[in-house]
Design a protein around this ligand. Sequence first.
Ligand SMILES: O=C(O)CCC(=O)C(=O)O
Ligand SMILES: [Fe+2]
Length: 220
Amino acid sequence: MNELFSISRPRREVAPGAVHVPGWLSLDEQRALVELCREWARGPAPMRHTVLPSGGQMSVRTVCLGWHWSPYRYSRTAVDVDDAPVPPVPDLLVGLGRRAVADAYEDAAAGDGYTPDATLINFYDDDARMGMHQDKDERVAAPIVSLSIGDACTFRFGNCESRGRPYTDVRLESGDLFVFGGPSRFAFHGVPVVFPGTGSAEVGLTRGRLNITLRATGLE
Ligand SMILES: O=C(O)CCC(=O)C(=O)O
Ligand SMILES: [Fe+2]
């Protein structure tokens, strides 16, 4: 935990089961994750703009581990990229996910019971956004763990009924953790804006925002 950040930006429950923990990743952890994401982005199954059923493409670029997500299902190979098998979720990320859930909910047992088997790594350049959506292609309701590195963004966290209000806009900065589960697991959420140039080159990213999302799919 980065003490400076935790003093100025306290842990906050944004909605029941939705917790923002500022400055959760150390600088060293952020640097190491940036390096790993660079490797994963190269492929097999390299990072790409996901094409939606409408024919449009997402502005974010994504690479997956464990299970490959394409609209709107999971597969073991990157069916809409090069059909390469998706690398497994490394133990390092499983461990981080467990620690994240334990810290966010201040509940060690909740952390122990968490085994993410899919990771989405999203890269946002200056103009990238993510529209309001639910993460609902999973068969279990285990929490979603989201880590942010690089440029800050507005993370819009809404309700489970619709894309619209009420929602809360949370500024996510480099190193921040956001976990949503329980009554908030199926809340609509999105990233309406990224703030270019707000990240620190110290993490190894000269520009853009990296988001690492861990999920448990319940698939076999
Ligand atoms: O970039 C983020 O913070 C959110 C990513 C997200 O919602 C997703 O990948 O489903
Ligand atoms: Fe999402």
